[in-house]
Design a protein around this ligand. Structure first.
Ligand SMILES: CC(C)(COP(=O)(O)OP(=O)(O)OC[C@H]1O[C@@H](n2cnc3c(N)ncnc32)[C@H](O)[C@@H]1OP(=O)(O)O)[C@@H](O)C(=O)NCCC(=O)NCCS
Length: 170
């Protein structure tokens, strides 16, 4: 399936979390919880990771952190990444992982966004993206992009959030 690049300028936005959830920046210690979400939604893992196991899913996330730790803007990428938990149980409801790689180190994008299907359609995905736009704007990063598959649902969400195709396709 083709991946299309969408982009927009960053901006300080009002960020509202739905009742019953709390959100914070992602920390490397969250790898196990994020892995559990990947496992729950059946996200395909890298071939090096043992599929269908909590250890394999955690390794997949840890590997992502390992790979990017030396990026110049790694700390900001983690700060603009969000983990959302259900307040009553503390259980992960969604995650938005932002990467800040690229040759200049300012090429920020969404690496991975997932809301547990049980918690979808409550505004969590929207709020995580608006939070990333805000944290990056406050840090002076002008632009934010993502690559999306030809999925009509996510397309309307990104369009509503002001992301527009750049013409790049992979
Ligand atoms: C894409 C994804 C992250 C969106 O997360 P989400 O939390 O459901 O997103 P939101 O609730 O903010 O918005 C989704 C929809 O709910 C609606 N919505 C927003 N706030 C709402 C609320 N308070 N109550 C009810 N519906 C709401 C939005 O209008 C939107 O409608 P749409 O179907 O027309 O797009 C989620 O669907 C997901 O994890 N999908 C699988 C993985 C995936 O596709 N990742 C993206 C790869 S590019």
């Amino acid at each position: 399936m083709a991946l299309r690049q969408l982009a927009r300028g960053t901006e300080t936005c009002a960020v509202a979390w739905p009742d019953g959830y709390r959100a914070e920046s992602v920390a490397e210690d969250d790898a196990e919880e994020i892995g559990a979400l990947l496992l729950r939604v059946g996200h395909p893992l890298h071939p090096e990771c043992e599929s269908g196991t909590a250890a394999g899913a955690m390794y997949y996330v840890t590997r992502l952190f390992d790979y990017h730790r030396a990026d110049r803007n790694y700390a900001l990428a983690l700060r603009s990444s969000t983990i959302v938990r259900e307040a009553s149980t503390g259980r992960i409801a969604g995650v938005c992982l932002v990467g800040g790689g690229g040759s200049g180190g300012d090429d920020f994008s969404i690496y991975y966004i997932q809301v547990d299907p049980v918690h979808q359609n409550r505004g969590i995905g929207t709020a995580m993206i608006r939070r990333a736009l805000t944290v990056l704007a406050e840090a002076g990063v002008p632009r934010f992009h993502l690559w999306r598959e030809d999925d009509a649902r996510a397309a309307s969400l990104y369009d509503r959030l002001g992301f527009r195709p750049t013409g790049a396709v992979e």
